[in-house]
Ligand binder design. Sequence first.
Ligand SMILES: Cc1cc2nc3c(=O)[nH]c(=O)nc-3n(C[C@H](O)[C@H](O)[C@H](O)COP(=O)(O)O)c2cc1C
Length: 142
Amino acid sequence: MASVPVYYYSSVSNLTGRFAEHLAEQTGRAVHNLADAEVRHRELGDAWVLLTPSYKAGNADEVTLPAPVRAFLRSAANRRHLVGIIGSGNRNFGEYYQAAARELATASGRPVLFEFELSGTPEDVDACAAILQDLDEALAAR
Ligand SMILES: Cc1cc2nc3c(=O)[nH]c(=O)nc-3n(C[C@H](O)[C@H](O)[C@H](O)COP(=O)(O)O)c2cc1C
């Protein structure tokens, strides 16, 4: 069965990247870093999942979705094939917790599949892996 690839962005603190690497190491799932220009310029022809942190500067009008993620989503093909969103955030941001993942879910009509804080716990990696496996099965049955 095909396993849906995860495309992620992570800043220099690399918290989201660590979660993505654990997911890949433990499950063999392909993860791709949108900080890499070659990755960011791809036009996908099949289902994929976005993993993104939220960044808010404190202004309610400020966009939270990282620029490389916005660049990747400029492709209509990539928008069409997006099937779900995973968010990395920090509860210290209160009402803006997971703002990027949640705002994109509202705008795109795609579900937030899983949310975790910072680089997540080993339990978070396991829980997310199980959700993605269910998603693989659902996509295979389409
Ligand atoms: C300037 C700044 C703004 C942030 N804004 C938010 C936010 O609005 N909502 C949220 O849930 N987390 C917010 N965070 C927390 C990050 O999303 C979280 O630490 C994430 O794990 C960072 O991932 P990265 O290290 O891969 O970039 C912010 C962090 C920083 C440094």
